[in-house]
Design a protein around this ligand. Sequence first.
Ligand code: FMN
Length: 318
Amino acid sequence: MTNGSSQQKKVLAPMVRIGTLPMRLLALEYGADLVYSEEIIDRNFLDCYIHDNEKYSIKEWISNKTQLSFFSTCVKERDRLVVQLGTSNANYAWKAAEKIVPFCRGIDVNMGCPLDYSTKGGMGSALLKTPEIASDIIKTLRRNLPSEYSVTAKIRLFPVLQDSIDFVHMLANSGADAVAIHARQVHERAKDKANWNQLAQIATHLSNIPLLGNGDIFSSQDMQQMKEQTGISQWMIARMAQWNVSIFQGTLDSIHNVIVRYVKLAQDTNTYYGLAKYCLQQMIKYQKWTKTEFASKINHSQCWKDLEDSLVFVPPHP
Ligand SMILES: Cc1cc2nc3c(=O)[nH]c(=O)nc-3n(C[C@H](O)[C@H](O)[C@H](O)COP(=O)(O)O)c2cc1C
């Protein structure tokens, strides 16, 4: 069984606060084929300017209102970066896409976020209930973007299988180049097992559009297992990449190396230290290091120098 494109791809999933430039670059260094940005709400792009930060060789999108950077990228990821938009309006989505397309390879629309802040504005999983708006957004992006840029969507499962199939079918007919399916329903959380059986059935019905399989991939074995069970060989990985992004190279690298490389990339890309601190805290939790001196140093850090100094306390390899 194969779905659409049988070419294997490992993809960094969109993750708020995690999927910023240094994590994306590290994912690529460890072998990811594609990296999704965290979700960015379309309106941010409508009221911003692009700062060419020559010191760091990056471009930064700065809000006119706050003068803070809400997105950054660099040439190294240009051909492998998909920017995910939070949107409920085709016109805004296109205006936002216009501000970013020269610097990425595609635009994705978040149609799966279950959180109130997203759904209240008609974004995220609210789009699963408004297929005409979802279709309008995809059609508008596809119509306006040059064909070398991909237009994709990331969805969740519907309670009824046929509804998932119909929705993906609608996206394909609207011009989507691929659809990522997070194999959980909107009300389900990370502790609920991802439903690969449904993925398999959707893939069987939809051979005309590439599908990315997402949910509960924690190892290379899981990727092979998903391929065998569903025919899908484009794997989108979120939490395991958050915990140890070397998942993309197959065998995990030591978390010590991952941490050192992440911190270096974060510093080299003008990343706010608080954001790097947050990412390190997620890695620490997964290692069950919360009671170590390293964790304490990270938790108390207040600047880049503190974070850097704490690296000597990373526990040794087990
Ligand atoms: C910290 C975090 C942030 C996330 N942010 C986004 C997001 O911005 N957009 C999105 O579509 N999904 C987001 N997700 C969902 C993931 O992309 C993914 O669908 C989900 O975690 C299931 O994949 P996994 O089992 O590999 O973790 C987020 C997940 C996590 C853990």
